[in-house]
Design a protein around this ligand. Sequence first.
Ligand code: ATP
Length: 306
Amino acid sequence: LIQLFVPLNVLGFVYREIKQALIDMEHMFGLMDEPREVEDPADAPDLAVAGGEVRFEGVRFDYDGKRPILKGLDFTVPAGRTLAIVGPSGAGKSTIARLLFRFYDVTDGAIRIDGQDIRTVSQASLRRAIGIVPQDTVLFNDTIGYNIAYGRPDADPETIAEAAQLAQIAPFVEQLPDGYDTMVGERGLKLSGGEKQRVAIARTIVKDPPILLLDEATSALDTHTERDIQAALERVSQGRTTLMVAHRLSTVVGADEILVLDRGEIVERGRHAELLARNGVYAAMWQRQQTAADDAGDASTADAPA
Ligand code: ATP
């Protein structure tokens, strides 16, 4: 990213936008001030996406050459399906997302999209294929329309309005005096966490990527907002291969496969009902969340136990 950033900076064009995009991604991945070592091989071809199948083959990874973080992960997300990754804090959930986006290369094994090792294709094409809805979206100091269209600057007003509708931000925007021309961000209208997340969802709908990375917010939104956002996310993940890092188990119930990760290993896997029937780690996590939710008087805002 630094390599991409510096020449663009020197050229002095789209400086702010590029910088902001990097901030957005870095923000999601917690990557500030870290060395970036991945490089494109000479004449790397673009990723050719067929359906968007994602496959991890014996993936091992460590950040520092010492402490193993992922200890041999094998899983496949068939094209268009949803995989949810749950587990305690520090288990390696976000690391899986970082590796798929190729912020780092695997230490051992391989990650493939439609059969192509992601180390062999251009990073730009890889990142075009993946849409991210981060925990906390940083908005550009520009109009709300610009923020939604970001990623496809040629998007026409109808496309933007349609995406806003799907992401359920349209009613909010349309009651503003300046509508989609309203300035947002630090120097404009401040949006709530839920509103920002809806903008991120609308942005992803406009980008229309075959693969989605969802990083569920740890901070609880109010129940109503939470449900709306969940519904919008389900809609946007339809027909796209989706990897979801989840903190609330209530959001993974419909996933095609759930991986329970603990200290870099898959300790359980299956669908929600199968995992409950197994009465193991997942069932215990579910139980704890239900109890916490009952105590809080609300089933959808309890955080996953860490
Ligand atoms: P959480 O639910 O708290 O977000 P997680 O399961 O997503 O946790 P990761 O962020 O993938 O966990 O981190 C897994 C392990 O890797 C942690 O022990 C963390 O300290 C370590 N780690 C994460 N990023 C780095 C880094 N840049 N350098 C060194 N170690 C790191």
